[in-house]
Design a protein around this ligand. Sequence first.
Ligand SMILES: Nc1ncnc2c1ncn2[C@@H]1O[C@H](COP(=O)(O)OP(=O)(O)O)[C@@H](O)[C@H]1O
Ligand SMILES: [Mg+2]
Length: 475
Amino acid sequence: MTMPSKRLVMPPPNEKQELAFKEDHRYVAYGGARGGGKSWFVRWKATLLALYFAGIKILITRKTYRELLNNHIAPLLGMLNGVAKYNKSDKCFTFPNGSTIWFGYCANDGDLGQYQGAEYDVWFADEAGQFQEHWLTTIDACVRGANKFPKRTYYTLNPGGPSHGYFKRLFIDRRFTEDEHPEDYAFIQALVTDNLALMESQPEYMRSLEKLPPKIREAWLHGGWDVYEGQFFEDFFDRPEHYADRQYTHVIDPFEIPDSWKIYRSFDWGYNKPFSCGWWAVDYDGVVYRILELYGCNKTPNEGVKWTPPQVFAEIHRIETEHRWLAGKKIIGIADPAIWDAETGESIAEVAAKHQVFFTPGDNKRIPGWMQIHYRLAFDDNGFPMMYIFSNCKAFIRTIPLLQYDEHKPEDLDTDGEDHVADEVRYFCMSRPIKPRAAAAPDTYNETPMAMFLDIPKEDIKAVSRRPRMEIIDG
Ligand SMILES: Nc1ncnc2c1ncn2[C@@H]1O[C@H](COP(=O)(O)OP(=O)(O)O)[C@@H](O)[C@H]1O
Ligand SMILES: [Mg+2]
């Protein structure tokens, strides 16, 4: 078969695209601001690989078929006209050298069926942040095959979306599990200003980004990873550099709990999904500290360990009798009111009581409950919140930033997320509700004689108040 010959002419890549072209790590993330030229890179890199390695199999994914069509298939039909043939029912370009570029979408778990048993050499996950973490790992398992072709996964990303936390961990914070090898991961930060072609042809695009609300603007325009649209608890901050001074961070170094502080336990039941149990200490100012937690999760996020109620409460009871922060303390328990339902005879709450683990039913009003958490996360003028999380509480620290707004009920969170810690925190906060902090009083210092006549700067007069430092535990 002969194909009409055609010369493909690639426009010059911008600086970041060039870096991405040269990358040869197993996992390459090209991410940050919108409009940086990421999808353009995907189309050209896939084409160059297909032309260079005869017989290579390449996959390009997006969330929906429509997105694939608009962002990739339609532009490639133009670009590859006379170079490769497109088969619409297979959603596949075939090159004369036998190389193929396939297209796949995934908008829900059911779509994963497309990938069962499939093998690809290179996968381009365009807008990968919009995929759930388990979609990403399932499809990535298809990047395999006993052949000489490079095996590679390219993620293009904007901050935000359900797997924001996953990508931030791997590529920004570079915190790896035992099964992940740091040398496999490379990140290229894209900025909208990288794309000179776009800036010249559509200056209004830049101006439209400038007008976005501050948090979304930071994420989209500057590629900031700490904030993004959709994150439900955008007021939660984990800042390791402040673990010791406890200002403008919620996560802190653990310390020994004074004996006189009250202790609470909050609980959300789960079997197929994780259960979550949190222990809290409350100081004399009413500040709450999440000191310990027991989270019933497998290695797979949002998958339960499937312990029976007796197993769960035996373990909780063991922790409460053995841990030095809890042993011998009166512990006030609050739980999901649903654990009093007794469809099959004995309720979960009754099983708990048999193990000396007692609860009162929590208040399950969702929006007021979330508001209580927001009130406690708010920082005062000196950066001190009303809720702290000990750095050993890994489930809270991992899951709270992942939760997203519900698309249909804007004040509520999307219950498809891993919300078990959040629910249990909500029951706890509703058991001792607080008022929102009053807005900071207007600063009238400049009208005082010190400022007006003596020229004494405010900092020299008013010392910053600090919470007392506690003893820090080793490790
Ligand atoms: N190197 C380049 N040369 C010419 N046009 C480019 C180049 N890179 C990107 N573009 C164009 O700029 C626009 C935005 O790029 P795109 O890849 O869609 O950005 P992103 O996927 O990062 O949001 C598109 O119209 C794209 O074709
Ligand atoms: Mg794009």
